[in-house]
Design a protein around this ligand. Structure first.
Ligand code: GLC
Length: 655
């Protein structure tokens, strides 16, 4: 048995040998890398030890992981290294108010990677300079989960184009001051991935890349505490594979095999993949479903401490090899759990740089349906704990469903019954034909009869009433839905974080029901809100008076206002005003003496806010100028009000 001391020495020697074998110029050209390496090494060793200390190949696997970092660094092209340095000099580059994002499917938005550059002017005109391209890597047609079942992490799926075209697009984007975000689907692979194919063929080495079992003993043990993600289309968490004659863990769809990160080889392979993406020029890597990456019987297999250790380790690896790439953890979890993804203890702000503000996203839909801000305000105690130096993706919706996953307690505190309140929201947004008064047109997604849970599908426009209003040819309702859409956009754009629009929303795409005719999609109604753009419709945004024009110009103006002042950067400078009127959400953004009051009326009636609401903030200005309507208001006495029209909003600057 070697003593710990002798392990240390041999490890140091091994690292020196690694440096030599890869011809690192430790005093010269590679000095910065070597410094980063040595700065992070103790953390990498510690985190690795926590996860794999008892693994029989721990020592050699650690060295292999370190080798991957060297190789990832060496593969980085000079221009990207320079970009890394520029970002480091800027410090927290991703907190800037100058970034504004859009998430889109290359094929459904532009046709292909080749035609994508010709569509960039549309985005730039809107004010978008940060693109989340939905999964582009090879994924079997018909069993793709929108690209989230990857069969080859390094080959662009031919239906989008080629890897060369992706790199060319990135270069064009970078040259034009744009940023790129891609996904790494970390939790699982397609069952047609090479590793899964080898596992099916009986190769034990690769069976160990997944959770496979010859009988139901352990699967049954797991199932006792694991919830179901897609209870309608993919019930249960295990699938029998006839070729392998084994059960395999499939938390999402049965064609998505969960990777087993307790095997350090899986970690190494996936770190290499992440560095490969970094070297394609990715600025922000979206880590898909990180809440699920560690499994343990007797637990829900979500948000486990080891999942955080793994993410911290990944962060250190990226920080060493390709430091300009930031990380977004796509954890759609309860408010109290989400904060942990930014890191805790010694690792505060050293885990994921970004997370989705999914709680606030859902709460704005809560406010829109109920006209009441109180549940949203209850949840702020958790949300505002986000550490400095990290940021949110803020959004009204995305390619996924809207989950109502905030705490029951936030609802109960306001005097409402959590069960009945959620029932109301689900009924309000889903359309069952014989619907009551609700203007929304959406559908329930993943209803679970066992738990009563359900989430919501539908485009921003349809959920805001545009589909119904257009169908009925009701001019007043059309205007009101446009107002609601802009209210929702404004709320998420000024909230603090990087706003991520969803393509099509900028011109008011309503639900597309054609997915029902496609057997590869009909089981998943999220496709109703993933439009196929028709550029004739999109170009109507250039014709004054059209719905498309009003929405595009409105969204553009909102983004321009946000870019106009650095107090809209995510400086952890958000607070909420006292809810003098429960219909109005009042957000304050501050920097030094400067402030902006962002007010949102979620009611279908005019709502008044006492002028005292500003005085109580210590506001001494007598004029408040609204950048949205370009109107100046004189601050009146306490018993008078600033009146906001139904679904109206204001971005007020004290003058
Ligand atoms: C993420 C994706 C979602 C996908 C799931 C499984 O939540 O956003 O679209 O179905 O992961 O990969």
């Amino acid at each position: 048995m070697p003593t710990p001391m002798s392990v240390e020495i041999t490890r140091t020697e091994k690292i020196n040998q690694l440096f030599q074998a890869h011809s690192l110029d430790t005093q010269g050209a590679d000095r910065n890398f070597v410094n980063r390496f040595h700065t992070s090494l103790p953390k990498i060793q510690g985190l690795f030890q926590e996860l794999y200390g008892v693994h029989e190949e721990a020592e050699s696997q650690l060295i292999e992981l370190l080798r991957s970092l060297i190789l990832g660094y060496q593969a980085r092209e000079e221009s990207l290294r320079e970009r890394d340095q520029e970002k480091a000099a800027e410090g927290n580059w991703f907190l800037s108010q100058n970034l504004a994002g859009m998430s889109l499917y290359v094929d459904r938005f532009a046709g292909s990677l080749k035609t994508m550059p010709s569509k960039l002017p549309h985005l730039q005109d809107l004010g978008v300079n940060f693109l989340h391209l939905m999964p582009l890597f090879e994924s079997p047609q018909g069993e793709s989960d929108g690209g989230y079942a990857v069969s080859n992490f390094r080959k662009v799926d031919p239906r989008f184009g080629t890897l060369e075209e992706l790199i060319a697009l990135r270069k064009t984007m970078h040259d034009q001051g744009m940023y790129l975000m891609l996904d790494i689907v970390l939790n699982h692979t397609s069952h047609l991935h090479d590793w899964a194919m080898k596992a099916k063929a009986g190769d034990q080495e690769y069976q160990n890349y997944y959770y496979t079992y010859e009988n139901r003993w352990i699967p049954n043990e797991f199932e006792q505490a694991m919830p179901e993600i897609f209870p309608e289309s993919a019930p249960g968490n295990f699938t029998w594979n006839e070729e392998m004659k084994r059960w395999v863990m499939t938390v999402f769809h049965n064609y998505q095999w969960d990777l087993n990160f307790s095997n350090p080889k899986v970690l190494q392979a996936m770190v290499e993949t992440m560095l490969f993406y970094a070297n394609l020029g990715v600025d922000l890597l979206r880590i898909d479903a990180p809440a699920f990456i560690w499994k343990q019987t007797g637990t829900s297999c979500q948000n486990l401490p080891q999942a955080h250790t793994l993410l911290r380790l990944i962060k250190q690896c990226v920080q060493v090899a390709t430091p300009g790439m930031a990380l977004l953890g796509e954890a759609i979890v309860a408010p109290k759990d989400i904060m942990n993804y930014f890191g805790t203890g010694d690792f505060v702000a050293q885990e994921c740089d970004f997370a989705y503000n999914a709680t606030q996203m859902a709460l704005q839909w809560d406010m829109l349906a109920s006209g009441d801000t109180h549940v949203m305000l209850q949840a702020q105690a958790d949300i505002l704990r986000k550490p400095y130096g990290t940021s949110w993706i803020t959004y009204t919706r995305c390619h996924d469903d809207i989950g109502l996953g905030y705490e029951d307690a936030s609802i109960a505190h306001t005097g409402k019954d959590p069960y009945l309140h959620r029932k109301f929201l689900k009924e309000y947004y889903s359309y069952s034909g014989d619907q009551w008064m609700s203007p929304a047109r959406g559908a329930l997604f993943s209803s679970n009869p066992k738990t009563g849970d359900a989430r919501i599908s539908g485009t921003l426009a349809s959920l805001c009433g545009l589909e119904k209003a257009l169908f009925e040819g009701n001019g007043a309702a059309i205007e009101q839905s446009i107002q609601k859409i802009l209210l929702m956009q404004a709320h998420s754009i000024f909230l603090g974080g990087l706003p991520m629009l969803f393509y099509g929303d900028e011109v008011g795409y309503t639900n597309d029901y054609r997915y029902q005719q496609d057997p590869s999609k009909s089981y998943d109604n999220r496709w109703m809100h993933r439009p196929m753009l028709d550029w004739e419709k999109v170009n109507r945004r250039k014709t004054e008076g059209t719905v498309e024009f009003q929405l595009f110009e409105g969204t553009k103006k909102l983004l321009a206002i946000r870019k106009s002042h650095d107090l809209f950067a995510d400086l952890s400078n958000v607070s909420w005003m006292t809810p003098h009127n429960r219909h109005i959400a009042g957000l304050i953004r501050r920097k030094g003496e400067e402030r902006r009051y962002c007010l949102f009326n979620f009611s279908d009636q005019p709502a008044g806010l006492t002028w005292y609401a500003f005085r109580e903030q210590g506001e001494s200005a007598t004029q408040l100028f609204d950048s949205w309507t370009q109107t100046s208001y004189t601050v009146g006495p306490d018993h008078e009000h600033l009146v906001l029209e139904p679904y109206g909003f204001r971005i007020l600057e004290p003058r």
